[in-house]
Design a binder for this molecule. Structure first.
Ligand SMILES: NC(=O)c1ccc[n+]([C@@H]2O[C@H](COP(=O)([O-])OP(=O)(O)OC[C@H]3O[C@@H](n4cnc5c(N)ncnc54)[C@H](O)[C@@H]3O)[C@@H](O)[C@H]2O)c1
Length: 528
């Protein structure tokens, strides 16, 4: 054989040999020869070289020689071998993992990965509640509708009272920030409220974004996040109602985690604190300044979508009643009905618990005592301040206990017919209270007392029904719309609305199970 070495007989020696004009399909190219033999194959492009290199059942090592290191690195990433040397060959280091792809061995020697071969990974899952009746995941799969655990988290620093806006300077410093971007909407800006905040922030304000539409959408969040990035903002200050605050929450998540807003629509995925967020609410209602949810419209999905996470609860809420003095009567009434709906639905939800019950009942009381006063005299600062506190307390209650069917119905007419959220909540709430009466009579009877109903001599069920009447009476007193027809919902869409609402997440927590579209359709008809 040509490769035998002359002068060395009686052993297995082979002279170094180069094979030219080899094709990759040949056995000599495909098998590992463990001898001083090399095959030469030609290629015309980087892609062809990668294709040749990868056309093998083996993948231990490879090498690239080039005067262009960047190009060589690009190819190295595409070659499926355990090691690729660039402008070198067969250099080893005890800190470098060694091992192959495909049929060139299992695992790795050397380096961190080599040590990992001597370890096993174990997952230990600990459910913090050993009792089955306190275990959310177990209970949700069972017939058990009520959970027996109580947990309460309210991480927001809430500051309330006339002039408390001034504390924003200290709050920004405490959060370790220096470059605040204000988010707001044109109505709030026109009312002069944004300027108040700019004045309070002095040189900590790097810009204002006021392009937030009612019921914000993902594109608006992206536009605000782009501006925040270009200004290198390190915190967000949201000045406005729920539309602004929810935009702020989603912007904070997008800034922290990169990408677009739609990438972050998820439940309980965030691992770290988000971009700091200070909130100054200017409506009477959402409580979003302390809640763990951002509700955003997705044009692509044709519905409202949610980020739900404890990590998005704002750091600071500044409840300065001066920010709600300019809110027109009709918006005062409708946004306060949003808060009342939070309170009633948290009180009756399947996740209700005693701490939330207390928050919810006090919120209901404060709304009953102050709403008509604030509507009659928008500049009644005491009434305004109490409504802000009611909204915050209702927000706390529903963050833990969730809401129910009234919210699912309100979200639906909000997305399909642009009905403002608070107005829709108010219109459907008494109907849903009656629907739930046999599943939450005890709680609704408590709500009746908080609404000022004299329940003496009434059985629980009658008191519960009286609560629904008291809500309707309050709405009439403050000029709140009473029918869906008044707010632009077409009658022929009610059935479609029912199917939509039944699939909305809050339905899951409603006191009475929501599983029949016909029943929800009838509720929409009653509210029409
Ligand atoms: N994340 C939550 O916990 C939560 C809870 C409830 C509702 N929401 C969401 O909040 C949104 C509704 O928020 P909203 O009801 O606060 O209304 P909004 O933020 O949509 O504001 C309504 C209108 O009121 C005007 N306005 C606000 N404050 C004013 C003031 N002081 N003076 C004059 N005009 C003022 C605004 O310019 C706007 O035109 C909905 O998208 C809803 O889904 C979120």
């Amino acid at each position: 054989m040509s490769g035998l070495v002359t002068g060395i007989q009686g052993g297995f020696y082979y002279a170094p040999t180069i094979f030219a004009r080899v094709k990759n399909s040949m056995r000599i190219a495909q098998e590992e020869i463990f001898g001083p033999v090399v095959c030469v194959l030609k290629f015309d492009s980087d892609e062809e070289a990668v294709e040749l290199a990868n056309d093998s059942i083996y993948g231990l090592g490879g090498g690239i020689f080039s005067s262009n290191t960047a190009r060589a690195e690009r190819l190295a990433r595409q070659i499926r071998t355990g090691t690729v040397w660039i402008n070198n060959y067969h250099a080893f280091g005890d800190f470098c993992p060694f091992g192959g792809y495909k049929q060139s061995g299992t695992g790795r020697e050397l380096g961190q990965s080599g040590l990992a071969e001597y370890t096993q990974i174990k997952r230990i899952h600990v459910n913090s509640f050993p009792a089955v009746e306190s275990n959310f995941t177990m209970a949700i799969l069972s017939d058990q509708t009520k959970f027996a655990f109580t947990q309460y988290q309210c991480p927001t620093n809430v500051i309330s009272g006339h002039g408390c806006l001034a504390s924003i300077y200290k709050e920004i410093i405490n959060l370790g920030c220096r470059r605040a971007l204000i988010l707001t909407d044109p109505g709030v800006r026109k009312a002069g409220l944004t300027q108040l905040v700019q004045d309070a922030l002095v040189d900590f304000c790097v810009g204002v974004f006021d392009g937030i539409a009612q019921d914000t959408d993902l594109e608006i969040v992206d536009a605000a996040a782009d501006l925040a990035r270009s200004l290198q903002a390190d915190c967000i200050v949201s000045v406005g109602g729920g539309s602004v605050i929810d935009t702020g929450k989603a912007v904070c998540v997008t800034l922290k985690n990169g990408g677009r807003a739609n990438d972050h629509i998820a439940l309980f995925r965030l691992q770290e604190p988000q971009t700091p967020h200070i909130v100054i609410p200017s409506t009477a209602g959402t409580g979003s300044e302390v809640t763990n949810v951002a509700v955003i419209k997705s044009k692509m999905a044709g519905r409202k979508v949610y980020i739900v996470d404890t990590r998005i609860v704002p750091n600071t809420a500044i409840l300065d009643p001066r920010f709600t003095l300019t809110l027109p009567p009709v918006l005062t009434a409708t946004t306060a009905m949003d808060a009342l709906t939070h309170a009633v639905e948290a009180l009756t939800s399947t996740l209700a618990q005693p701490i939330c019950d207390g928050q919810a009942l006090q919120a209901i009381r404060l709304i009953r005592e102050n709403l008509a006063r604030a509507v009659a005299d928008g500049r009644n600062e005491k009434a305004r301040g109490n409504l802000q506190i009611a909204a915050t307390m209702a927000g706390w209650a529903f963050t833990i206990a969730q809401v129910g069917l009234a919210h699912a119905m309100a979200h639906t007419v909000g997305i399909l017919h642009r009905v403002p959220h608070g107005a829709a909540c108010g219109i459907v709430l008494p109907k849903v209270m009656r629907f739930n009466v046999d599943f939450a009579a005890d709680k609704l009877a408590l709500a009746a007392q908080a609404l000022g109903v004299n329940t003496a001599g009434l059985d629980e069920r009658s008191a519960a029904l009286a609560a629904a009447e008291a809500v309707e009476a309050l709405m009439k007193e403050v000029g709140h719309p009473l029918k869906l027809r008044e707010v632009g919902v077409p009658e022929d869409s009610l059935l479609m609305c029912a199917f939509h609402a039944i699939a909305d997440i809050p339905s899951l927590f409603n006191a009475r199970p929501v599983n029949d579209p016909q029943e929800v359709f009838e509720l929409f008809q009653q509210a029409y």
